[in-house]
Design a binder for this molecule. Structure first.
Ligand SMILES: N[C@@H](CCC(=O)N[C@@H](CS)C(=O)NCC(=O)O)C(=O)O
Length: 213
């Protein structure tokens, strides 16, 4: 058995944050497929034995079980010393961006992409416009931040960067817009992270893609 197990599925940008971190730090890890689209996270069994919050990702490390991608990133950075913000100020700054991402970037892009590609029926146009507008406003803030430095906290990549990539490598046709082309600094930053050894696309890193017809 691998050292780490990650409950995840390929379409989940929330889970990708943790899967990407595990891969980039060279951890010995294996995915455990969560059958999200058939309702696994809503079952009593999942909530009682995997995550009471009914969410993926979940990281298992020995007797420890961690949920919330931000918590998982912090844990792995602390253990590996990689992507770890060094000073107390930097740790707080990374946490600030991770929360911003969870709420405003991934927090809007995730539901938008879900309603556009996977929900039956697809999302109401008014809801879609709202989510898109919120996501664009948040991406503009990230783009401005990245105009001054290669990574969110400066010269070195941290867990804040890995968190923010969550939904940003999925294909533009799943969104109906091209984030990397529309937000140039975000596009170059995504390329920098993509060039790191052991980077992998979410569809190659986690199980469940392509989805059965
Ligand atoms: N803030 C959480 C979000 C996790 C999350 O919402 N995951 C989705 C899958 S992409 C989920 O399991 N949703 C189930 C639900 O909300 O009922 C994180 O970053 O881990």
């Amino acid at each position: 058995m691998a050292e780490y197990q990650l409950y995840c599925f390929a379409q989940s940008g929330n889970a990708y944050r943790a899967a990407l971190m595990l891969n980039l730090i060279g951890a010995d890890w294996e995915p455990i497929f969560v059958d999200f689209f058939n309702g696994e996270t809503r079952t009593e069994a999942y909530r009682s034995s995997v995550n009471e919050m009914g969410e993926a990702p979940v990281l298992v490390h020995g007797s420890r079980k961690l949920t919330q991608s931000g918590v998982i990133l912090e844990y792995l950075a602390g253990r590996s010393g990689k992507f770890l913000p060094r000073s107390e100020d930097d740790r707080l700054e990374a946490l600030r961006w991770i929360i911003f991402d969870n709420q405003k970037v991934g927090g809007n892009l995730g539901p938008y992409r879900f309603l556009r590609n996977f929900a039956k029926p697809p999302g109401d146009p008014i809801v879609m416009d709202f989510l898109k507008g919120r996501a664009f406003a948040a991406l503009a803030i990230v783009d401005k931040r990245l105009s001054g430095s290669p990574y969110l906290l400066g010269a070195e990549p941290t867990i804040a960067d890995l968190s923010l990539t969550g939904y940003l490598y999925y294909p533009p046709d799943e969104f109906g817009f091209d984030i990397a082309a529309q937000y140039k600094n975000v596009g170059s930053w995504l390329d920098r992270i993509k060039a790191m050894p052991r980077w992998a696309h979410p569809y190659d890193l986690m199980p469940g893609h392509p989805m059965p017809a």
